[in-house]
Design a protein around this ligand. Structure first.
Ligand code: ZN
Length: 131
């Protein structure tokens, strides 16, 4: 079982917070604790836009233990409105409805249940944009 790290990870799990490089402007999600991998510059936390576009996706049929309950599920490669690219689970979309290029937005959902304690871990997923 993974270590429970919600307290440490709460910023990027509960809000869409990433890292921005003060030197070159590169953005990362989830946020990095070290320096920029492109230029070595200093990173600061930055709130990311909640909307983006689905660049690509894959369907996970053989999920790791904690996500087994959710399979099959879709993991999207998403570009946010500011150009930040990230991987995230998709929700509220069926396997035969998902399309490359679709507009998506961040939403707060259950990720998994932790061990036998029944402790539910929540976080960010993306869903088709609701207009
Ligand atoms: Zn940089």
């Amino acid at each position: 079982m993974p270590e429970i790290t919600e307290w440490r990870d709460r910023l990027w799990r509960y809000r869409l917070v990433g890292s921005k490089c003060l030197s070159c402007g590169a953005r990362y999600y989830p946020p990095r604790n070290s320096s920029c991998i492109k230029c070595g510059g200093e990173l600061v936390d930055v709130e990311l836009p909640r909307r983006g576009k689905l660049l690509s996706y894959t369907v996970i049929y053989q999920a790791p233990g904690i996500y087994r309950f959710a399979s099959p599920y879709i993991v999207g490669f998403i570009e946010l409105e500011d150009g930040t690219r990230l991987f995230a689970m998709l929700t509220d979309v069926e396997l035969d409805e998902v399309k490359v290029g679709m507009e998506v937005e961040a939403t707060f959902r259950k990720l998994y249940t932790y061990g036998d304690s029944g402790h539910i871990v929540y976080g960010i997923k993306f869903r088709p944009l609701v207009t």
